[in-house]
Ligand binder design. Structure first.
Ligand SMILES: NC(=O)c1ccc[n+]([C@@H]2O[C@H](COP(=O)([O-])OP(=O)(O)OC[C@H]3O[C@@H](n4cnc5c(N)ncnc54)[C@H](OP(=O)(O)O)[C@@H]3O)[C@@H](O)[C@H]2O)c1
Length: 323
């Protein structure tokens, strides 16, 4: 197939594009050309690059034409953040493209009520980002159900991998938690540390996109959550991570108000966003309909990420990894 990937040089695309090339597809990547993939792969030499700013061209109303003119059998949209943007793309691709695959987020669901959360029983989203992801996935479902464009939406958890900071045990990317864990120092935890976060390796997300592409009929009009087979809560994550340095996590329960006083505004917002949602998802639907088989448990991908950061001098730690 001829496949257009929109935003293919980031976390997901680093793994997805080489997979598509190796599967024998002709691949076109649309991005602004500001960054390159996190992992080198010779497959990139076979990719056609189209330089475009989606946000700017969406404002001008020209982006859907640009994609349609590439005459793809399938389009994988990794960077759509508003309903309007995706609607415009659907209007232009209807009758022209065989399959549109959209990247949503687990944040299309709000705070959990019952775990694990399935595609059908999540609570309504909170916040602009999740509301837009949920509305877009709903629009795509209706489009396909009405006999229009064949679409599929995939909703990743906290995407992790080699080259960038994972969401840490406190639900943020403040790197000082790794220094404290490795030193055995006390860590202030808002609440009792029972809230879940659901990570996923970027290559497992890529696997799900590749499977949805090759199982078009099963994936048509469907939405899938794409996460690791299990999820970590705050205290479990901290204890597992501390053990990598030969330590035991020294966790001190504090109120959210105290946590706010000792944490930067960004880190606090990130912690609240992740822990308030308290997310843990089922992958049964993706497993049953697509054969999704994630390779990484959450602690495995986080360790890979932390090891990469340490090896590349991007994380201060008190003692080396023992694993
Ligand atoms: N990160 C997470 O943990 C997470 C979790 C759940 C869902 N998601 C979803 O995952 C998707 C993002 O995937 P990712 O994490 O692989 O992305 P990413 O690492 O942020 O990479 C973004 C890609 O899009 C390109 N890009 C960014 N802005 C652009 C623009 N205005 N026009 C054209 N290209 C642009 C970038 O290249 P250039 O900079 O060179 O243009 C790059 O190729 C989003 O839909 C997000 O909602 C992310």
């Amino acid at each position: 197939m001829r496949i257009v990937v929109i935003g293919g040089s980031g976390h997901i695309g680093t793994f997805l594009i080489p997979r598509l090339v190796r599967a024998g597809h002709e691949v076109v990547n649309i991005s602004r050309g500001r960054r390159s993939s996190y992992v080198d792969d010779p497959a990139w030499q076979e990719v056609q690059h189209v330089s475009a700013d989606r946000a700017a061209e969406d404002t001008e109303g020209t982006f859907p034409d640009r994609v349609a003119e590439l005459r793809a059998d399938a389009v994988i949209d990794l960077i759509s953040f508003t309903l309007e943007s995706e609607k415009a793309l659907v209007e232009r691709l209807r009758g022209k493209t065989g399959h549109l695959l959209y990247c949503g987020s687990i944040w299309r669901h709000g705070p959990s009520w019952k775990l694990p959360i399935t595609e059908d029983d999540g609570t309504p989203p909170v916040g602009e980002y999740g509301i837009a992801k949920a509305a877009t996935a709903g629009m795509l479902k209706e489009e396909t159900a009405a006999g229009g464009l064949v679409t599929t939406s995939l909703h990743p958890g906290h995407i992790s991998g080699p080259g960038w900071h994972p969401i840490g045990p406190l639900g943020n990317t403040d790197p000082t938690v790794w220094l404290k864990l490795s030193a055995g120092e006390s860590i202030a935890v808002p609440g009792i540390g029972a809230e879940f976060m659901h990570h996923v390796h970027a290559d497992d997300v890529a696997q799900a996109f590749e499977l949805a592409l090759s199982h078009r009929d099963a994936a048509a009009g469907q939405d899938f959550t794409v996460v690791a087979p299990s999820a970590l809560n705050v205290r479990g994550y901290a204890q597992i991570a501390a053990s990598w340095f030969g330590q035991t996590a020294n966790l001190q329960t504090v109120t959210w108000e105290e946590f706010r006083r000792t944490t930067s505004a960004d880190a606090y917002e990130s912690s609240w966003g992740h822990l308030y949602r308290d997310h843990y998802f089922s992958i049964d639907k993706a497993r049953d309909l697509l054969g999704y088989t994630p390779r990484y448990e959450p602690e495995d991908v986080i360790l890979e990420s932390v090891r990469w950061l340490i090896d590349n001098g991007q994380l201060d730690i008190a003692r080396p990894l023992k694993v």
